[in-house]
Design a protein around this ligand. Sequence first.
Ligand code: NAD
Ligand code: LMR
Length: 332
Amino acid sequence: MTDNLHVTEPITVSVTGAAGQIGYSLLFRLAQGEVFGDRPLNLKLIETEQGAEIAKGVAMELADCAFPLLNDMMITSDPNEGFAGANAAFLVGSKPRSKGEERADLLAANGKIFAPQGKAIAKEAADDVRVLVVGNPANTNAAIVAAHAEGVDPKRITSLTRLDHNRALAQLADKLGEPVKNLSHVTVWGNHSATQFPDATEVRVNGEPARGRLDDAWVEGEFIPRVAKRGAEIIEVRGRSSAASAASAALDHMRDWVHGTPEDDWVSVALPSDGSYGIPEGLQFGFPCRSVNGEWEIVQGLEISDDQRAMIDKNVKELQEEWAAVKEAGLV
Ligand code: NAD
Ligand code: LMR
């Protein structure tokens, strides 16, 4: 007699940029089961033709780890094949910026990657696909994916603001002299760019409001710019763009999306606005979100001061400008 109680359907996960530095930090933790629990994993590694050769080596190392959950693996340069049956997709593959560049400068090089991927996801992925765009400029690339993924619920297409969120937590924990685990209710609004708004207004320590423990000069003069420019700082110091921290944040995002967030906290997620907080509908914008029953919900009812509104509005304007550039370039 077959014991169906212990049979768990594999989950299919597609990762673009599998031969890159984020891919190298992400794939092993994924295969170990950090995101989808004890479900067996069918991994689809999507690379350029040149990258596919390197991805073969990554796949060999993944095999050598003998991960009990790694059920199947394939490497492809064809997005249709790569996204076939995908329940989750990490869209990492794209060029990182160099010293002195802004992320939006990558739009010309990277934007064109995401239109065919959006089409392939619409055509081939599973109905429950969860898409996370990591490649920069992440918000606008995700909007390109959504524009081409006809028939896919736009709420399933998100972009990474969790790295900024984690950076904000780390800076606040350090300043407050508290372990990160004691902190909650931090938000990063807007664009994954230097304009982003890391917002400590609601921060709590062990559930108690803690904004009063932070002086305004530090929040405005140090905290906000430090978090917003942390990507550039990493490039300056490390010589290459962040990788392990980006992969870790991407895993956090997908894990929380699947398994839920704590009831008494939220995380920062960029997804298409539903008009909340006056953000124009459809704009891929970083919001405070909770994951409930496997879906992201934007936290409602936060009071927004004039200063917060001004910071949020700058992000709306910048994302609208990026979108105008996408249209101008004929990418949608
Ligand atoms: P990398 O150069 O090390 O790797 C990128 C990989 O993508 C390469 O192997 C390349 O061959 C592959 N690639 C390029 N085009 C592809 C395509 N069409 N299909 C599949 N693969 C393709 O870069 P990285 O350091 O891994 O960074 C990847 C991206 O992530 C960059 O755009 C970077 O700026 C971005 N990033 C975003 C965040 C964030 O918080 N959103 C954080 C860090 C990095
Ligand atoms: C980051 O925030 O570290 C990434 O987006 C890489 C970059 O270009 O800053």
